[in-house]
Ligand binder design. Structure first.
Ligand code: ZN
Length: 330
């Protein structure tokens, strides 16, 4: 553990009630106050301006956090902890961002310790996809399940796994990289990890646009490809079918591996296309997964929408800090 300044005591009753949740994305910062029951009391977003670097970026993030508490209309004494989600790689245990590719120049930033100094409350940092999985499990589409897989498909592909009701984090907190399940071992290069043929190299918004460009659809986004495929364009349909094939293939392996009762799919590509992607993928996975796993699994769209970042960060603070608080104050 790094030396972290002692956190001023927070009233126990109040400590349990609200979380200040912060989400650091490559393009957007978000902050919100979330009740422990999951209700979002405030939600604010502004541009990250990642080029300005970590000092200025964190100053703006923390300012947004203060504004979120004001806007929620709750007293600071009722805010017991701070949850922070960010893309990795990061050291969740020490609360340090290592070198997130979406935040150039943000190297070895002790975000959790800085947040503890700023707000005088315990803070927890988590990989954003893992946090989103925790959010969907605790407060969203996966509430009440014991065995759940979450996959987020946007500019990249991330995920999280809940086993026996608990988030699986791996030995160092970097497990659950479902976007790097291989769907073709001699396939497309994967920017995220440097290998070939990862799920992310086919189904991320970036990869869909890239495959569309290679097929002659210059400048088309994933949403453009989906729309053109719906309208019957044969080139777009080919690109789209390649997307559903790869997702069905990867998800079938994931279902065989974990035998989840529920798969929750979120992220911009999913929210923009819904059943156009989910429908064929669900049919294929249920047909191709091994029979006991296939018979028990439901595949649904995520419930938390664009608030998943802050709700997920809150879920992480509740999971990782609540037990610590109770311990310390018992
Ligand atoms: Zn990869």
């Amino acid at each position: 553990m790094t030396a972290v300044q002692a956190v001023p005591a927070v009233e126990v009753d109040g400590a349990a009630e609200h979380v200040l949740a912060l989400d650091i994305g490559g393009t957007k910062l978000a902050a919100g106050v979330v009740r422990r029951a999951g209700e979002v009391l405030s939600f604010l977003v502004e541009s990250t301006l990642a080029d300005e670097g970590p000092d200025r970026g964190l100053e703006r993030l923390f300012g947004l956090g203060r504004k979120a508490v004001d806007e929620a209309g709750v007293a600071w004494t009722r805010v017991g902890s701070v949850g922070i989600g960010c893309g990795g790689p990061l050291d969740a245990e020490r609360g340090v961002l290592i070198a997130p590719p979406h935040l150039p120049g943000w190297r070895d930033v002790p975000v959790a310790a800085l947040a503890e100094q700023e707000f005088g409350r315990p803070a927890a940092l988590e990989n954003d996809a893992t946090a989103a999985a925790a959010g969907e499990h605790r407060y969203g589409a996966g509430a009440g399940t014991l065995h759940m897989v979450y996959l987020t498909i946007s500019t990249g592909v991330g995920g999280g796994v809940v086993i026996d009701g608990r988030l699986y984090r791996g030995a160092g907190g970097n497990g659950g990289e479902l976007g790097h399940v291989t769907v073709d071992c001699a396939g497309r290069p994967c920017r995220g990890c440097g290998r070939r043929g990862c799920l992310e190299a086919y189904v991320s918004g970036t990869s869909i646009a890239e495959r569309a460009r290679e097929a002659g659809m210059d400048g088309a986004t994933a949403a453009d490809v989906a729309a053109a495929a719906r309208a019957g364009d044969p080139v777009a349909t080919d690109v789209w079918d390649g997307t559903t094939d790869a997702l069905a293939c990867g998800l079938t392996s994931i279902v065989n591996l974990f035998e989840p009762e529920l798969v929750v799919l979120g992220g911009g590509v999913i929210s923009g296309t819904g059943e156009q992607l989910l429908g064929p993928v669900r049919t294929r996975v249920l047909a191709e997964a091994m029979p006991p796993a296939a018979a028990g699994v439901k595949i649904v769209e995520a419930a938390l929408g664009d608030r998943v970042g802050v709700v997920g960060a809150a879920a992480i603070a509740v999971e990782r800090l609540a037990s610590r608080d109770l311990h310390e104050h018992a």
